[in-house]
Design a protein around this ligand. Structure first.
Ligand code: PLP
Length: 393
């Protein structure tokens, strides 16, 4: 026991992350889009190689879990040989946090599991998912994996989601729509649907259509026009809000997310959930919910560094899409694919391509050191055309 307690923060996170990474990845990588985004196969990568890279490709919190969360997780090692262990009351803690009942909460091994379960529950019988293009692609690939159709509504020219288009597509396909997917803030663009736009969408579509609202980046938003959609759950609307501990709480490798939804909606989903969540992260999740100060600190640092980097890029002549998240997209004015490769050669992992946004690069906000490495590489690869990569155009 003492040896387990004495484990270092770095060793603890690395070891558990590695173990869970292997256990939770689907063989085809289709569910876990973050894994799919990563061009280097995990098996071929040594720990040192990975640690040396600036990791700006997966919208993670570069600092990892807070001290309070680490303490709670370290203490929970004592349950690693048990099934019926105390879990810190994670479901109750989430319910209390949102002012809902425990019956309105379903845990997932990351919110990725929630997104997949929604697909399995609501796309059976040749149903379709409606959503924006671009948006978080894991939802669409999970649908495709179970042979469901995807109705994609292109983003507007300013990269915002097309509210009228989403309503129209849902109404036109009403009887075949399994659910409508709304990601806000949206990944990969980083912009939001406002509270009013969400209302407009919910008022504009048939009430029986389930709406999955993915709030993975909720905690980073500053725009007062944004609000969580949890109140719609309390109204009894067929809304499923998905949240994750992977982003601001720094627990991506530990796998914990959840859905908040009406009881009957969750009842349709529960048969498809695995319930495979470790004792350790349940305790971490409880501590994370209580650690508002750490979340605020991570948020402030991410926003300050995001805006600093966007300003530097602007001074070099490269515009970015305004973001409400811990990532942003910069317009390269040239094809993104070879640029991503060049960054990798310089040990900087950036976001994957997001067609049809073929000249935009998604950059996650890392540590100040990682962002400096990004800017140095950017100047060499993108901003200095004479020495830059040949794009073939
Ligand atoms: N939703 C969005 C919009 C995301 O960007 C991600 C991960 O990048 C997820 C859901 C899934 O995250 P996780 O399964 O780690 O909770």
């Amino acid at each position: 026991m003492d040896a387990k307690r004495a484990v270092t923060r770095r060793g603890f996170v690395g070891g558990v992350t590695t173990a869970l990474g292997v256990l939770t990845l689907k063989p085809d990588g289709s569910l876990w889009a973050q894994a799919a985004q990563d061009p280097a196969p995990r098996q071929q990568r040594t720990e040192n190689d990975y640690d040396a890279m600036a990791k700006l490709g997966n919208n993670e919190n570069p600092y990892g879990p807070s001290e309070a969360v680490m303490k709670a997780m370290t203490n929970a090692w004592k349950y690693s040989n048990r099934y019926g262990y105390p879990d810190g009351g994670i479901v109750d803690a989430i319910a209390k946090h949102h002012g809902v009942k425990p019956e309105n909460v379903m845990l997932g091994a990351g919110s990725g599991e929630i997104l997949q379960v929604v697909g399995q529950a609501f796309l059976r019988g040749e149903k379709k998912v409606v959503g924006s293009d671009q948006s978080y692609n894991a939802v669409y690939s999970a649908a495709t994996n179970i042979k469901a159709d995807v109705v994609k509504v292109p983003l507007l020219p300013d990269y915002n989601q097309d509210v009228a288009g989403l309503i129209r597509a849902t109404r036109q396909n009403h009887r075949e729509v399994g659910f409508l997917y709304l990601c806000t803030p949206n990944n990969p663009t980083g912009n939001i649907l406002t509270k009013d736009q969400i209302k407009q969408i919910l008022d504009g579509i048939p009430e029986d259509v389930p709406v999955l609202i993915d709030e993975a980046y909720h905690h980073y938003v500053e725009d007062p026009a944004y609000a969580t959609s949890v109140p719609y759950v309390l109204e009894g609307r067929r809304v499923i809000v998905a949240r994750t501990f992977s982003k601001i709480n720094g627990l991506a490798g530990m796998r914990l997310g959840y859905a908040v939804a009406p009881r009957d909606v969750l009842q349709e989903m529960r048969p498809f959930s695995t319930g495979s969540i470790s004792a350790i992260v349940k305790w971490g999740g409880v501590a994370a919910l209580q650690d508002a100060a750490s979340m605020e600190k991570i948020k402030r640092e991410a926003i300050q560094l995001r805006e600093k980097t966007i300003a530097e890029l602007k001074s070099l002549g490269f515009a970015s899409i305004p973001s409400q998240t811990n990532f942003f997209m910069v317009h390269l004015k040239k094809p993104v694919v070879p640029v991503i490769d060049e960054f990798r050669k310089k040990q900087v992992i950036v976001g994957r391509p997001f067609p049809p946004m073929n000249e935009h690069l998604r950059v996650s906000v890392g540590t100040p050191d990682e962002m400096s490495r990004f800017m140095v590489a950017f100047k060499e690869i993108v901003a200095a055309p004479k020495t830059a990569v040949k794009t073939g155009s």
